[in-house]
Design a binder for this molecule. Structure first.
Ligand SMILES: Nc1ncnc2c1ncn2[C@@H]1O[C@H](COP(=O)(O)OP(=O)(O)O)[C@@H](O)[C@H]1O
Ligand SMILES: [Mg+2]
Length: 298
């Protein structure tokens, strides 16, 4: 397993400079010619060559020879290093720890903020797997003209901005702290995924809080999660609090599929609570409440 923190510690500011130069070149090239990397980094040629072989060994860059010339691009790990470096400079992250989870489209790490507060860092990994393996609605990124790292950056920005708005309006999401490039930092929630069927003291109240958060997202922020299920809810058992996570694929309520997605989101959650916790909430009543047509559910 690759330890992101251990790799990051091996990097000097010059290494970061070279990574930055490649990133800059990737706006124009898929693989950035060595000459351009030298020009952007303003480092002597021999140094750049040495640094690039180190970066290659650490799997932070990919190399290709194009008609006799060497050219490089960042890997996701290379982009992780740049995001991490910026988050450290922003005083958002002090140390990065273990991997918490690997999703289809992200990797999540535990980290510490300065002062020791635990945070979660989510690195987006869009474009790594086939689009057909995900059922997400993602027209914003399903654009073959957008490179993988551009899609991942859009995803991070969307997740950060959506959760910031919902959090501001009082919805239950991990409090967002910052984002950079394809990485989003939120408070670390010490919780269990709902699909693991944790023992919940008061499941009815937890379900209501989930529905309230969907309501806030819909009425106050104007968005629908679009991929809600027991996989995207964390339950903090000690405080009986649910957190809705994983927002990058949200759609606006004006979206042509908005109503279908809203109903589906609500159905998944209500069915799960009915089956696992014997809690009864009627789907149409929940829909009316979420849309703001009824003030209460029952
Ligand atoms: N803020 C957080 N605190 C603690 N664990 C988290 C947090 N965010 C995500 N996780 C963990 O990472 C997993 C995947 O997160 P998610 O945002 O759903 O990404 P994916 O797109 O990969 O599904 C979650 O199921 C959870 O275990
Ligand atoms: Mg998820």
């Amino acid at each position: 397993m690759v330890k992101i923190g251990l790799i990051y510690k091996q990097l000097t500011q010059r290494d970061i400079k070279v990574l930055n130069s490649i990133e800059r070149g990737m706006k124009r090239y898929e693989y950035v010619p060595l000459e351009l990397i030298e020009k952007y980094s303003k480092l002597p040629e021999t140094h750049v060559v040495l640094i690039l072989s180190k970066l290659h060994r650490l799997k932070l860059v990919k190399r290709k020879t194009i008609s006799g010339y060497k050219a490089y691009r960042l890997t996701y790990l290379g982009l992780d290093m740049l995001a991490l470096n910026t988050l450290v400079r922003m005083n958002v992250v002090e140390a990065i720890g273990d991997k918490l989870a690997v999703g289809k489209e992200s990797e999540i790490f535990r980290a510490l903020a300065p002062g020791g507060k635990p945070v979660a860092v989510k690195f987006m990994r869009i474009g790594r797997t086939s689009f057909h393996t995900t059922r997400r609605v993602r027209e914003w990124a399903d654009n073959p003209r957008l490179d993988w790292y551009k899609q991942a950056k859009i995803a991070a920005e969307r997740e950060f901005k959506a959760t910031r708005e919902i959090y501001r309006e009082g919805g239950s999401v991990p409090s967002p702290i910052a984002y950079n490039r394809h990485a989003v930092v939120t408070e670390y929630v010490s919780g269990v995924e709902l699909y693991r069927k944790p023992e919940i003291e008061d499941p009815y109240t937890v379900l209501l809080r989930i529905l309230e958060t969907i309501h806030i997202a819909y009425v106050k922020v104007g968005i629908i999660h679009g991929d809600l299920s027991e996989y995207n809810v964390l339950i903090d058992i000690s405080s009986n609090t649910p957190y809705i996570i994983d927002w990058p694929q949200y759609v606006y309520k004006e979206h042509p599929q908005a109503e279908v997605l809203l109903r589906r989101d609500i159905e998944y959650i209500i069915r799960f609570f009915r089956k696992q916790y014997k809690v009864e909430v009627e789907i149409n009543r929940a829909l009316k409440y979420v849309r703001g047509e009824d003030e209460q559910i029952q």
